[in-house]
Design a protein around this ligand. Sequence first.
Ligand code: HPA
Length: 233
Amino acid sequence: MSIHINAKQGDIAEVILLPGDPLRAKYIAENFLENVTCYNEVRNMFGYTGTYKGKRVSVQGTGMGVPSISIYTTELMEEYNVQKLIRVGTCGAIQKDVKVRDVILAQSASTDSKMNEIIFNGIDFAPTADFDLLLKAYNAGVNAGLNLKVGNIFTADMFYSEENQNEKLARYGVLAVEMESAALYTLAAKFGRKALSVLTVSDHIITGEVTTSEERQTTFNDMIVVALEAAIQ
Ligand code: HPA
């Protein structure tokens, strides 16, 4: 048992999918996994373990933002020995050639979070995805015929920010904005584990385009298959 996860040793698989929304964790467990058990209900941040194509996989809600995902991923790695962590989430696009419903594999995650400044004290650490997971997810996405984009994303500390940095970030090639991946990549590096963020574009910050809830569901399902295939290979 850790502070925020009420699981016993061995309850959680070595490979885990990490949606922000705990109800998405429930949805993934119910619709994609077999032989499912729920290992965590603390704070309603549900966690489940089951099998996908015969391999053991867990799925854990992380909540929104750097502090929340940092708590769950630290406990998963430190207390439960989780080795491969794949975030499955949404993001807002900031490039014209990135469309809603595209799937982004976050090769790296820039951030305005203070987290890395605190850890590295003056050094600009570059939070980076695990290449092996990235390659496997890329191949799975290509096989599934998805519109994939791979590149740098931005992990923002504020959803409703005062200053608009998105134009500059877009000029520097950043694809999209979300709120968790830089923390996931930094903490995976700290513990010597593998991490990747797979993100669907739910809205376009520049053009204002949004997805319908039905479109979001379809793209979400496509993304889950990509993440699960990368997880078990
Ligand atoms: N900003 C931050 N995170 C997000 C957004 C956004 O516009 N869309 C989806 N996640």
